[in-house]
Design a binder for this molecule. Structure first.
Ligand code: GLP
Length: 247
């Protein structure tokens, strides 16, 4: 695993954007696995800037997003489709038909999971999968559980995730209780993985995920078994790693 230790959120964002840009430049028709959450926002902003300066094009890129809330329409301002449109897709030359996000409104969520898994499989899985980290170590919406879920599936969100994401909704009661998410197997099939983490509230998850035991109770810990993982984090997110490395 390669770790980039950056001094703050801005530096972390630029470094993460550079890793994504390198992928796009080296393979213009690559499949990018994309993530939502507040952590990657700065990286997306940087990518948009490079696109506007004429340094980067997404014209041939295909994208697959990790997850979506059940029950939110694509134009709901907290849906992950809306997030992707407003933070990246609407500002670059990616073709709308080349972007994939699970549908939160599908009448049969399990059928939608199967359809989505097939879409990702037909695209050959991600060349580069971007991941944020939940405070409890979740990736996508793979919450701590008894075994690693393989394929795209329907999940009940944990109270800790609902609470963490409540800041984006009017109240915790408005946060959807379920989501569709790529499975751990789907994520692990990506050729490269880029994890971004920022802030002291991720320090524990970062240390446990990358230096603790591999267990479905800390879903991101499975990444220790992936052959090509890059972690881009700021100093506060890495603050527990020094001690973890010594153990
Ligand atoms: C959500 C998303 C994850 C994301 C996590 C952390 O739960 N499903 O993909 O990594 O939030 O979000 P943030 O970056 O805002 O801390």
């Amino acid at each position: 695993m390669r770790i980039y230790r950056e001094k703050d959120y801005n530096a972390m964002s630029r470094r993460a954007a550079a890793v994504i840009a390198a992928q796009v430049v080296s393979k213009p028709d690559c499949v990018l696995g994309l993530a939502t959450g507040s952590t990657p926002v700065g990286a997306y902003k940087q990518l948009v800037e490079w696109y506007k300066q004429g340094d980067l094009s997404f014209a041939e890129v295909r994208s697959v997003n990790l997850d979506e809330y059940v029950g939110l329409a694509p134009d709901h301002d907290q849906s992950y489709r809306y997030f992707m449109q407003t933070n990246l897709f609407d500002h670059v030359d990616i073709r709308p038909e080349n972007t994939n996000v699970p549908s939160g409104l599908a009448p049969d969520a399990r059928e939608e999971c199967a359809r989505y898994e097939q879409t990702v499989q037909e695209l050959g899985y991600a060349d580069l999968q971007l991941l944020g980290l939940g405070r409890n170590g979740h990736i996508g919406f793979n919450e701590p559980c008894d075994e690693f879920p393989v394929a795209t599936h329907l999940v009940d969100l944990t109270e800790s995730t609902i609470e963490a994401n409540a800041r984006f909704f009017a109240s915790a009661g408005d946060v959807p209780r379920q989501a569709l998410t790529m499975g751990i197997g789907t994520i692990m099939k990506a050729r490269k993985i880029l994890v971004v983490a920022s802030g002291a509230d991720k320090a524990d998850a970062v240390a446990k995920a990358f230096f603790g035991p591999i267990t479905p109770d800390m879903p991101a810990s499975i990444l220790q078994l992936h052959p090509d993982v890059t972690l881009v984090a700021d100093e506060s997110a890495l603050s527990h790693v020094v001690e973890a490395e010594k153990r």
